[in-house]
Design a protein around this ligand. Sequence first.
Ligand code: DGY
Length: 309
Amino acid sequence: MPARVVGEIQSFADLSILPGESAPERVLENCNGFDALICTLMNKVTADFIDRLPPSIRLVATYSVGIDHIDLRALQARRIALVNTPDVLTEATADIAWLLLLGAARRASEAEALLRSGMWTGWEPNQLVGTDIHGSTLGILGFGRIGRAVARRAAGFGMNILTSVRSSSAGDPPPPGTIICSSMEEVLAGSDFLSLHLPLTEETQNWLNAERIASMKSGAIVINTARGGLIDETALIAALQSGKLGGAGLDVFVGEPDIRRDLVEAPNTFLLPHLGSATRRAREGMGLSLARDIAAFFAGRPVENGVGV
Ligand code: DGY
C-alpha cells in the first residue's frame, strides 16, 4: 500500500498488513477482533470465506473498482458493508487501454523484440506493417467511466466510435460523432477495434465467445482492460492463430497471474500484467478513497463508494 495511504489509515485506526497474496486461512486467522478488512482483487472473498469471517468485521473495503472477486450476496447475508474505488483510476486505465490498442495495432512487442535481438537489418517497406488507427472504427462495450474516457481519447486519434449505451450514471456524454448501436452485437460487427469495459458477472462471463468472434470483421483487434473472464480465451487463441482476429491487447487474464502458455505464444498480441490502475496518482487515490470511506463508515457518516449498502 502506498505510504501515504498507510499513514492516513493509521491516523484513525490500527492497521495490520499481510502480503497481498496471503492464503485465505492466514487472512482469517489475522482478522480476529478487527472491524474492517481491506482486500484486493487477488483475494477471493467467497461465500465460504465470508461465513468464516469473525463477527467483529463490519466492512470490507476492496482496493479495486471491480468487485467480481467478492460474493456480494454472502456479504449482504452477513450484513457486512462493501466499499470500492471507482473514479480515481478511470484516466489511468483508459491510458492503458490506449497503450494496448496502439501496441497491438503497431506490433510493438514484435518490433521491440526484433530491435533488442540485434537482428534488425534496417528499414524496408514490408517490415512489421501494422493496422491503421486513424479513420478506423473503435467499438466500446461498457460505456461507463472508463469506456467514456477511452472514447474521448479515440476522438483525438480520428477514430469513429461505436457503442450500444446512450446514457450512464457515469456522467459525461459520449464524444460528438459517437454512434449508438441498438445492440452489443451490432457494435461487434462494425468494429475494427473492440475495447471491453464491462463488469464481470454471471451474464458477461465468456461474453466474447467463438460465435461472437466469428461475427466480427476479419482482422479486428480486441482490447481488454476489464476482466479476463469476459473473453473465452480458447476461442480468442484460435481466432488469433487462424488470422480471423488481427491482434489482441490484453491487460487481464483468466486465472491471472497464471496465464495460458498458448495465449502467451499466440500471434499478434500485446500483453501487460494487469497494470490498468498502476500510476502513482491512481493507486494512491484508490487507497485514500478507501481510507475516507472506512473513516466515514465507522463515524456513522455516509460512505462515498458503497456497493449494495
Ligand atoms: C480494478 O480496480 O478493478 C482494476 O482491475 C485494478 O486496478
